[in-house]
Ligand binder design. Structure first.
Ligand SMILES: NC(=O)c1ccc[n+]([C@@H]2O[C@H](COP(=O)([O-])OP(=O)(O)OC[C@H]3O[C@@H](n4cnc5c(N)ncnc54)[C@H](OP(=O)(O)O)[C@@H]3O)[C@@H](O)[C@H]2O)c1
Length: 280
């Protein structure tokens, strides 16, 4: 069993450290504020001691500014692999990678596709990028947290895929919450609506491979649903929301994209054409 250090014992860091302990790894932890404990782990008194305790150092703190602050207290990272599971942008990941290299360590960035309760359970996935050699050296240990998927040697790739997946989630939740708000505002059965909504979204998701083909080919011709038709329908969604006493806020950005696409002469194309309208 490998030794591992976890820096940051917030909701996620605590779950990560607990998973390493349960998998039988000698686990050392450090948190900025004292008093956060993990049963079965050794508690280091400072960052440098935590880093010295194990060749694999996992950092999960609030953001990458905090990661850079932690690194200033780490001292040398010679012989260490730093795995940063803090949410951030691809550019931030590259910046942290450069700082870790300056301190003599090898860097792996990561994006956690799970909530703390899912860690070490089925369905949890962590995306990694950066040093392939360092990742493969520690992949078996990292598998204690979740399925481990290496996205490539550019340290920014895990963050890119993490943020892309979460962007899909936030956009979907915007629509889901609006749909629930409509049904509730009309005094209808919210519980009964949930499986209807889930089934509808699942059916819509089956079109994703075809959408990917359209995006790759640039051919947005459709015999399913044209943008011009969608443009005519959109005011009904906005009006219905207002009639129910709801803000149409989550619908308006999509309406604007549709309007711009039709104005640009793409009225006969599929909704997937909106990918092109998102480009700056
Ligand atoms: N929770 C989730 O569902 C989830 C899912 C995927 C990814 N993540 C990512 O995981 C990371 C941690 O999330 P969390 O839910 O554990 O957050 P959290 O519960 O708010 O914990 C934040 C942690 O960051 C530490 N911290 C903040 N500023 C610091 C600094 N300047 N120096 C050192 N440590 C500092 C805090 O230490 P103190 O105790 O001293 O304040 C605490 O340990 C975030 O990047 C988040 O986006 C979370």
């Amino acid at each position: 069993m490998t030794s591992v250090t976890v820096i940051g014992l917030g909701l996620m860091g605590k779950a990560l450290a607990g998973a390493f302990v349960r998998a039988g790894h000698r686990t050392t932890v450090w948190n900025r504020t004292a008093g956060r404990n993990v049963d079965g782990a050794e508690h280091a008194t400072d960052v440098a001691a935590a880093v010295a305790a194990a060749p694999l150092v996992v950092v999960c703190v609030v953001n990458n500014d905090a990661v850079l602050q932690v690194l200033e207290e780490a001292g040398s990272l010679a012989g260490r692999v730093l795995v940063n599971l803090t949410n951030g942008t691809p550019a931030q990941a590259r910046e942290v990678a450069a700082r870790v290299a300056e301190l003599g360590g090898r860097y792996v960035d990561g994006g956690i596709m799970a909530v703390p309760q899912m860690i070490a359970g089925p369905g949890a996935l962590v995306l990694y990028s950066g040093s392939a050699e360092a990742f493969h050296e520690h992949a078996a240990t990292l598998e204690a947290l979740a399925q481990a998927r290496f996205m490539g040697t550019d340290p920014g790739l895990a963050a890119l895929y993490d943020l892309a997946l979460l962007s899909g989630m936030y956009g979907m939740f915007g629509g889901v919450f609006h749909a629930f708000a409509m049904v509730r505002a009309a005094g209808e059965d919210v519980r009964g609506f949930a499986p209807m909504l889930g089934a509808w979204l699942s059916a819509m998701m089956e079109g994703m491979p075809e959408q990917a083909e359209q995006i790759v080919s640039g051919d947005y011709a459709t015999d399913v649903s044209a943008l011009a038709m969608n443009q005519l329908a959109m005011p009904n969604f906005v009006e219905a929301a207002k009639e129910l006493g709801l803000r149409p806020d989550v619908l308006l950005p999509i309406q604007r994209l549709i309007d711009r696409a039709v104005e640009a002469g793409h009225g006969a194309d599929s909704l997937t054409r909106l990918v092109e309208m998102i480009k700056e």
